[in-house]
Structure formats: structure tokens, C-alpha cells
Ligand binder design. Structure first.
Ligand SMILES: Cc1cc2nc3c(=O)[nH]c(=O)nc-3n(C[C@H](O)[C@H](O)[C@H](O)COP(=O)(O)O)c2cc1C
Length: 537
């Protein structure tokens, strides 16, 4: 009944493996692949009586409400997703900006009743609308917000204060002195809760951590840009220290990424040491012991995910410092097939719908009209999505771990078929021509959406150099990057009044379809884009 790698909750601490030996990541990836057979032999079913709560609730802590007015920056979504504020720009968010960042990345933007209750849809797409990513703030004193560690409560649109005072030095230590963190007035910590997503997706949930955290970060980075705030995603940190600062039960909930927001050139780990009373290491941080409401009647544990997490954990600031540094070379071979040059819209021609409006109207398309989009629309999406993500694992900025492979069904001026996107020269290389609608539907786990879309964008990665360079933690990075790029694709589509949806897929069959070009690579994520069709009531 429980399916893949499950045991009823009995949480034991896994042995401590090393990050450098990527066997755990290879194993996790292999075991959690979907195939025609695996989906048919998996006896898992959804136990709605045991569905997890969509929110983390601290019953003893009163949230303080945040301002709900959305500030209109007027910055076009297609600009906001494509650029970032230079890292050294001095800027700090006030409470209103914090509220805006949180609302437009993880706030409740729509709700819908159904027979079993109510779904609270959030600003960013998330597998199964299960919302396993929680956000915490670690900040110095900001305008209208005291220094502290806070949990974001989307249901109340408020903040619950977990610790009083400035704890950023703990994160500076935990990230091995990462400069963006050392200079940031605010650090947002994203955690992921296994059971909230594994209730439906079982052990594959660890992949979803990257995807769902990533779509949220696409929004967060774009809103930070629109607000004039530099922001950087940080994946390298001592896990136990960050989890200890938040006092999460790390058998159930784990820090997955940090985002440094804002910059203060006067602040630095070197130039302004924290007050001697401020704890910097895990040993000096006292546990909080706040009660939280259980998510479900029972939880099912998938030890494989905790093993994957432990194997990709970093244990000291020194280990983090070596983990940081240049990205592996993941370039494509030079094009060998026929080429089509992208024709993106210029700044003057581009739709200027502001980022706030685009995020609020975003939703995952539930049905695509089989109508064509233009080559300019597709080009604009690809171009704007891939102009670089500020992240500690993408050095120099502009590096990318995933490659984009496309199945084109309906794009004016482009033959239907399979393509690979050469970002460095703005070209699509044709791999094969033909009508692959049925095939795409099959590859996207036999769903109608990828068959009806105008284009299916597959994220594929060569995991070998990534694991070689980043060890098991490279798996977190590559999934997170795909989620961020996928989230940007959503915004680029909705910014041009099209639709999009994330999708899951048959891993090995995707690689076979794009081979020989894709031989040796792994399927990481899939986003379908096109014109949304009105669904029949
Ligand atoms: C990573 C990812 C994978 C998804 N996979 C599927 C899928 O396989 N099939 C599907 O119908 N929707 C899929 N979705 C869409 C989600 O169901 C949708 O995001 C969620 O219900 C929240 O709704 P919203 O995006 O409209 O806000 C996926 C979304 C994401 C972010």
C-alpha cells in the first residue's frame, strides 16, 4: 500500500556519508525515476483523511500582521525576470518591501472550494498545490521591523517572531563567510517539509523540493529586482547550523536554500564583528522548543530522502568554502544540425505588464488551445529566462547547469520537431522534425497538457561534471536551478498573455527521445507553454 521506499514513521538518524562521494545522489535519482512500469506497479493512493495541513502553525505564537497593500513598482515582468540589481548596490528592504517579497513569492493569491475543503493557491506554482516550502526571515533591524528570526505565516499574512535580536552572524558563519550573506540586511531561509509533499509524491518529493523552491525563488528574485534590491541565492551552508537557528525538526523539515536580500557595504563579517553576546555557532544557539501543530494523523517516512539530504549536507564552514567557487563546465557541443536564430522582441516591442500583475494572474494552465504562438514569443521567453541567476553555485554569473531541449508543436515560423537551445549564440538547433504531440503527451506522464501545448521545454543536465564538482549537493543545485528557470518561464509566458504549467515525466524515455544528442544526460524538469484554453465547466 505504501509504495516506493516507504516505512511507517520510525525516524532513526542516518549514518553520516560525505558530500564528495556522489553515489547517494546517483542512487536517489535512479530509484525515483518514473517509467511506464513504475507508475503502473506503484500501489500508492491518496489518503484524503490523512492529508497534511498546508501550513506550519505555531499555536503558542501570535503572528504580527504585515501590510497587505501591494506596492506597484511598474517594472515589466519581462524585465524583472531578466536582470538583477548589481550586487554592490546599497539597499535595504523596509517592512512593506518584506511583505511584498513574501506575498508575491509565497502568499495566498487565490482560493477555491472543493468537496474535501478549500485549496489556498499561492503566488508560485507548486507540485500538487501542497506547498511544502516554508519561509523564515533572519534580519537586522529594518524600517518597521525589529531584528529577529521570524516565520512567515501565509494564512494570517503575518510574521511569528522565533528569536529576538540580530542572528545574521550565524548565517555568515554557516555559509563560510559568503559575501552576499555577510552584507545582507535580510536573509530569507527556505525550508522544505518532507511529509507535506510526500503524502502524494512519495520519495520523489526530494526532487520537488528543488522545483517548488525554485518557482518560488523565480518570483522572489524578480520582485527583489523590481524593488531595487540585490538578491542572491545561496545553496552552500552548514545544514545543521541553519536548521538549529530555526529550530526545525530536521527529520521532517530542512533548510534548502537561503536568499541574501539587499546590501549594506558597511556590514561585513570582517569589518563589523557581531556583539560578543551574539551566538555564531550551533553550540551557542539555544533550542526554542516551540510546539507546532502535527501535519497529519500519521506520517509516512521515506528514508531515502533523508539519506539523500544527509549525503548532500555540509558540516563545517571550511567544507562550505571549498564547495563554493566556479561552476563546472556544462556547455553543449557546437551545433551540428540546422539552426534557427531566435527573434526576441526588443525592449521597445516587449509587453510591459508589471511583475505584480503578472504574478497575480499566473496559474498553471489546465488546458491548452492547440493554437500557435509566434517565434518572437517563444524567443522572448527563452531569451528572458536564461540571462543568468545570481546564485553561489553559478559562478561566473550567467553559468547554467541545465540545458533546454524543446518539442515544438505550434510555433509560427518554426517547423514542428525537437530542438536544443544554444543559449550562447541565441540559436535553436533542429534535432529532428515531425509532429510529436502524441509522443510529448506520453513523455509528460501520459497527460494531455504536454500534447496540447505549443512547446514543451525540457530541462536536461549532464550530472557527471555537476556531481564531480559539487558532490551530492549538486543534485540540490541542479533541481533548484531548473525550478528557478521553470518559474521564470511561467512568468515570461504570462507576461506575454500565454499560459504555462510545470509537468513531470518519464525520465529515461525523455533522454531516449532527444538522443543521440542527449545521451548521458538526465531529465530534470519540464514546463509546457502555449495559449490557455477555457476549460469546459
Ligand atoms: C514542478 C511542478 C510540476 C508540476 N507537475 C504537474 C503535472 O505533472 N501535472 C499537472 O497537471 N500539473 C502539474 N503542476 C501544476 C501544479 O499542479 C500547480 O502548480 C498547482 O496545482 C498550483 O496551482 P497554480 O500553479 O495554478 O497556482 C506542476 C507544477 C510544478 C511547479
Amino acid at each position: 500500500m505504501l509504495g516506493l521506499c516507504a516505512t511507517i514513521v520510525k525516524l532513526s538518524a542516518p549514518a553520516m556519508p560525505t558530500n564528495a562521494n556522489a553515489e547517494a545522489a546517483w542512487n536517489y535519482h535512479e530509484v525515483t525515476k518514473h517509467s511506464y512500469t513504475s507508475v503502473r506497479t506503484n500501489p500508492h493512493f491518496l489518503d484524503f483523511g490523512n492529508q497534511p495541513l498546508p501550513f506550519k502553525i505555531y499555536p503558542a505564537l501570535e503572528p504580527s500582521r504585515m501590510p497587505t497593500e501591494v506596492r506597484q513598482t511598474g517594472v515589466a515582468a519581462l524585465s524583472a525576470i531578466a536582470c538583477s540589481v548589481p550586487a554592490q548596490t546599497n539597499a535595504a528592504p523596509d517592512l512593506e518591501a518584506v511583505a511584498q517579497l513574501l506575498y508575491l513569492s509565497a502568499g495566498i493569491t487565490r482560493q477555491r472550494k472543493y468537496s474535501g475543503g478549500e485549496i489556498y493557491f499561492r503566488a508560485a506554482a507548486c507540485t500538487g498545490a501542497l506547498y511544502e516550502v516554508e519561509l523564515y526571515l533572519v534580519c537586522r533591524e529594518l524600517a518597521n521591523l525589529q531584528a529577529g528570526v521570524y516565520h512567515f505565516a501565509p494564512a494570517e499574512f503575518g510574521l511569528r517572531r522565533l528569536r529576538d535580536g540580530d542572528y545574521r552572524s550565524v548565517l555568515v558563519e554557516a555559509t563560510g563567510g559568503e559575501p552576499a550573506i555577510a552584507h545582507a540586511p535580510l536573509i530569507i531561509v527556505c525550508t522544505c517539509t518532507y511529509w507535506r509533499n510526500a503524502w502524494k509524491y512519495q520519495a520523489r518529493t526530494y526532487r520537488h523540493f528543488g522545483w517548488d523552491n525554485g518557482t518560488m525563488l523565480a518570483n522572489l528574485l524578480a520582485v527583489a529586482t523590481a524593488l531595487g534590491l540585490p538578491a542572491k541565492v545561496v545553496c552552500g551552508f552548514v545544514d545543521a547550523t541553519v536548521n538549529g537557528l530555526l529550530d526545525v525538526d530536521s527529520q521532517r523539515e530542512v533548510a534548502f536554500s537561503l536568499v541574501a536580500v539587499g546590501h549594506d557595504s558597511d556590514l561585513s563579517a570582517q569589518t563589523s564583528p557581531p556583539a560578543p553576546t551574539t551566538p555564531r555557532t550551533l553550540a551557542e544557539i539555544s533550542p526554542l522548543g516551540f510546539e507546532t501543530v502535527p501535519l497529519s494523523r500519521d506520517e509516512v517516512d521515506y528514508p531515502l530522502m533523508r539519506e539523500m539530504h544527509a549525503a548532500s549536507s555540509l558540516h563545517s564552514p571550511e567544507e562550505v568554502a571549498t564547495w563554493h567557487g566556479r561552476s563546472p563546465r556544462t556547455h553543449l557541443l557546437p551545433p551540428a544540425g540546422p539552426l534557427v536564430r531566435l527573434q526576441p522582441l526588443s525592449d521597445a516591442e516587449m509587453p510591459r505588464d508589471p511583475i505584480e500583475q503578472v504574478i497575480l494572474r499566473r496559474g498553471s494552465s489546465r488546458k491548452f488551445a492547440r493554437t500557435p504562438i509566434s517565434l518572437a514569443q517563444l524567443s522572448t521567453m527563452l531569451d528572458r529566462t536564461t540571462r543568468g541567476v545570481p546564485a553561489d553555485f553559478l559562478d561566473p554569473i550567467g553559468s547554467q547547469l541545465n540545458q533546454m531541449y524543446l518539442i515544438v508543436h505550434a510555433v509560427e515560423g518554426l517547423d514542428s520537431g525537437a530542438y536544443v537551445f544554444h543559449r550562447d549564440c541565441g540559436m535553436l538547433e533542429s534535432l529532428k522534425q515531425g509532429n510529436f504531440r502524441d509522443k510529448a503527451g506520453y513523455l509528460g506522464l501520459e497527460q494531455q497538457l504536454p500534447a496540447d501545448a505549443a512547446v514543451d521545454v525540457f530541462f536536461l543536465a549532464d550530472l557527471r561534471p555537476i556531481f564531480e564538482r559539487f558532490g551530492n549537493r549538486g543534485y540540490r543545485a541542479v533541481q533548484l536551478e531548473a525550478g528557478i528557470l521553470g518559474g521564470k518561464l511561467y512568468l515570461a509566458a504570462y507576461g506575454q498573455r500565454m499560459g504555462a504549467t510545470g509537468l513531470t515525466f518519464y525520465d529515461d524515455e525523455v533522454i531516449r527521445f532527444f538522443s543521440p544528442h542527449a545521451e548521458g544526460k538526465s531529465a530534470i524538469f519540464l514546463v509546457a507553454v502555449g495559449n490557455s484554453a477555457k476549460q469546459k465547466p
